[in-house]
Ligand binder design. Structure first.
Ligand SMILES: Cc1cc2nc3c(=O)[nH]c(=O)nc-3n(C[C@H](O)[C@H](O)[C@H](O)COP(=O)(O)OP(=O)(O)OC[C@H]3O[C@@H](n4cnc5c(N)ncnc54)[C@H](O)[C@@H]3O)c2cc1C
Length: 545
């Protein structure tokens, strides 16, 4: 057969790269006290970038989980079947301690090291990081029930992925889920109608439904239900200590926009047995311990996606030629790529700073706990909010190729809205910042103390800080203005971090565009004079070709 044409001007795949090779991440790792983990991080970065693991991620997405409600004889089995690639991804994530290592080895920097690993490993597949994140987040909440924690924390933190429905105490490692959202309300969990009736022997019988419960093959769920003393948090295992199935029925799996490798289910509790975690009536404060941790992971996940988008776009543009030059050399494309890279860098920087705050707060640092309270609410709102629009623009940098599944960009695009919905959708995250202001005004002071560390370094930052302080001083219509205020808070925090820690080219372009207003509405509207080459270079492992 004769060759019809030669394939030219197509871009080599970005495979077998060390995905930890991102200066923003490596510098933050050192700064936030986890430099000791850099060797492990680089090893994980090479694994995440390997063609083998990239392929596993693609397979897990392409072959989503399947619910098996009944066996061939009609008995309920409530099982979820996964592609083997899912189990490979979970095994690697658990092996590397992404699900819980900081709780087992709480040395300074442990949560920072884990955050950096989640950031890097997120390049394989976002879906499996859902149960990984919930397991990590369940540990501090479960500690509100010391007896349960004594039995199960060692298994939650074990570096063994032991899949299958068996009595939790007989397994070598456990995975946990979270069951709050019901049909009539997710943000407003107090609208829950699931009931918990004491059985008289220390347990409760839970009856009701949950509209979203991801990772339904988990070994147990932390579940909200109304006990006689009010809304409470329960430990609900899927298999009871006597080996029988708990009465949890998996009704359906959601047919989701993205996050397709992960199973998200609708479930019914039919007098399922649960054990109280924390006090009766204190369900929300108890489960908030878990939510705080998963909110950090939402922020990390969005930062990961923006880093990936910027990286793939810059990689593509550094090879693809149009009109006689590489795209990366075309001034307007350089503007788009640099703008995307700045957004990604600001997101990664703030995510890692918050991981540092979590790390120090967990070890008793009160000032860092206050900073985390306001800083996480603000950043969960803004970083997660930026990811979808960022993904759309990054995809377009690949032209038509970016619209094709094989490029991986559609998957990124579909995934991008999720962290903003989960664990407090945009408005709820913005309103949570107002709640922090009202209930813990010291947290806002701690926030501004952090921002002030860059005071005097850039006039545009100083002016933006003065503006947002003024906005906060006026409480009229504050709920209506919440997004405006929180956006400004997020930008001054990112600006402060960039001014202190990023190269001058990045910090200057950020301050000019995001704080100084010399910017358009779409990406690619940076003002002239920006050192785009210096900014773009940082986005691709090993630099731009
Ligand atoms: C893929 C996926 C997986 C999930 N997994 C889980 C899980 O494992 N466990 C679990 O418990 N839940 C899970 N959820 C549910 C998720 O946490 C909720 O969807 C989310 O909290 C929003 O709740 P809702 O869907 O009921 O929306 P609603 O609460 O109805 O909110 C709808 C919109 O109204 C806004 N809104 C709400 N209150 C206000 C207000 N006071 N002022 C202004 N705006 C407001 C929200 O920001 C949102 O934009 C999952 C969701 C998805 C999509």
């Amino acid at each position: 057969m004769s060759a019809t044409h030669e394939v030219t001007n197509q871009v080599p795949p970005l495979v077998d790269a060390d995905l930890a090779d991102y200066p923003v991440l490596l510098e933050a790792l050192e700064r936030e006290g986890a430099g000791w983990a850099s060797g492990e991080l680089r090893e994980l970065g090479r694994l995440a970038g390997s063609s083998d693991m990239q392929h596993a991620g693609e397979l897990a997405e392409r072959h989503p989980p399947v619910l098996r409600t009944h066996d061939r004889y009609g008995h309920r089995i409530d099982e979820v079947e996964f592609d083997p690639s899912w189990h490979r991804l979970m095994t690697a994530a658990v092996d590397h301690g992404l699900h819980a290592a900081p709780w087992a080895d709480p040395r300074p920097g442990a949560h920072v090291a884990r955050a950096a690993k989640v950031f890097v490993w997120g390049a394989t597949d976002a879906g499996h990081l859902c149960p990984v994140s919930m397991t990590y987040a369940a540990v501090p909440a479960l500690r509100a029930a010391p007896a349960l924690a004594a039995s199960y924390e060692p298994l939650l933190t074990a570096s063994v992925y032991d899949y299958g429905l068996r009595v939790p105490s007989t397994k070598r490692g456990l995975i946990a889920g979270m069951s709050m959202t019901e049909k009539q309300g997710g943000s407003d969990v107090r609208a829950n109608t699931t009931t918990a009736t004491p059985t008289g022997d220390g347990a409760y019988a839970l009856t009701g439904h949950k509209w979203f419960t991801s990772a339904p093959m988990s070994d147990f769920f932390l579940t909200l239900a109304h006990a006689p003393g009010g809304l409470s948090c329960f430990f609900v295992p899927r298999v009871l200590p006597d080996g029988s199935r708990n009465a949890i029925r998996l009704q359906r799996l959601k047919d989701k926009l993205g996050n397709r490798s992960n199973a998200s289910s609708e479930i019914e509790y039919d007098e399922a047995l649960g054990w109280l975690v924390g006090e009766e009536g204190r369900g929300v404060p108890t489960i908030i311990e878990m939510v705080n941790m998963t909110r950090l992971d939402c922020t990390i996940a969005s930062a990961t996606m923006m880093r990936l988008g910027a990286m793939y776009a810059a990689h593509h543009a550094s090879y693809r030629r149009a009109f006689g030059a590489r795209l990366v050399e075309q001034p307007l494309m350089a503007n788009v790529l640099a703008d995307l890279a700045i957004e990604a860098e600001a997101a990664a920087l703030v995510a890692m700073r918050l991981a540092g705050a979590v790390d120090r707060a967990v070890r008793g640092d009160a000032q860092e706990a206050l900073f985390r309270r306001a800083g996480l609410a603000v950043s969960k709102y803004w970083v997660c909010k930026r990811a979808p629009v960022h993904a759309g623009e990054a995809l377009e940098c690949l032209g038509g190729n970016g619209y094709v599944e094989e490029s991986g960009m559609p998957r990124l695009y579909r995934e991008a809205p999720l962290p903003s919905i989960w664990e407090g959708s945009g408005n709820v995250a913005a309103l949570d910042t107002l709640r922090a202001m009202a209930r813990q005004p010291e947290s806002v002071q701690a926030f501004f103390d952090e921002v002030a560390l860059a005071e005097g370094a850039d006039a545009r930052l100083d002016e933006a800080v003065a503006r947002v302080r003024k906005e906060l001083g006026d409480l009229d219509d504050i709920e209506f203005r919440a997004r405006r205020v929180v956006e400004q808070l997020a930008l001054v925090l990112q600006g402060s971090l960039l001014v202190r820690h990023a190269p001058a080219a990045v910090a200057d372009a950020f301050c000019a565009s995001r704080l100084g207003g010399d910017w358009g509405i779409a990406f690619g509207t940076l003002p002239p004079g920006v050192d785009t080459a210096a900014i773009i270079r940082r986005a691709v492992p090993g630099g731009v070709a």
